[in-house]
Design a binder for this molecule. Structure first.
Ligand SMILES: [Zn+2]
Length: 193
């Protein structure tokens, strides 16, 4: 038995965390008190861990490499148990680091372009059905957006909206491989092409 120096209650050894340098090998606060203390000093602990990691980069890396599987497994379990919190946290993080993340993605893409393209290709091939569903769902919206972009560009070049819409129609059917000689001739005569 050992008396906790915080709450003053006498408890069995199992109620105390271990401490190598302690004279009885145990911490002086019981587990419950330690938890409360840590909770109350969260920020400080986080700072402390951060400083430690920065000062012991190599040691941390070695530790990580040697315990990778357990660490990843533990993270996975923790994430699953705290899904909502993670999602909220990720959202906040992304918002707070928007520009930095975008820059990082760009650099990463440039540096790994070939692998990324190859991976995307494999992914598309392996998930054909899903891609098809997705495209079907989003095609209409994207298509409208592209139409508007095209039309806006033509209007900027001096066409009226009506003319721009006709030009868009021609452009699309030409892309589909349809013959539009008549329409094209008409437009040419009208001075639109
Ligand atoms: Zn205690």
């Amino acid at each position: 038995m050992k008396r906790c120096t915080k709450c003053g209650i006498e408890k069995v050894a199992g109620e105390f965390n271990k401490k190598k340098s302690g004279k009885d090998g145990l911490r002086s606060y019981c587990k419950g008190c330690e938890k409360l203390y840590k909770e109350a000093n969260k920020e400080r602990y986080r700072e402390q861990r951060k400083r430690y990691r920065e000062a012991n980069k190599e040691r941390c890396r070695d530790y990580y490499e040697a315990n990778k599987e357990q660490i990843l497994e533990r993270q996975k379990l923790y994430k699953e148990a705290n899904k909502e919190r993670y999602r909220e946290y990720q959202k906040l993080y992304r918002e707070a680091n928007k520009e930095q993340l975008s820059e990082q993605r760009k650099l990463h893409y440039e540096a790994n372009k070939e692998q990324i393209l190859e991976y995307q290709k494999l992914h598309r091939e392996a998930n054909k059905e899903r891609y098809r569903e997705y495209n079907k769902l989003h095609h209409a919206k994207d298509s409208r957006r592209r139409d508007e972009r095209y039309i806006a560009a033509r209007i900027k070049n001096g066409y009226t909206r009506e003319e721009a819409v006709i030009l868009r129609g021609i452009y699309k059917s030409t892309k589909r491989g349809e013959q539009n000689r008549d329409t094209c001739d008409q437009l040419f005569m009208a001075g639109l092409l």
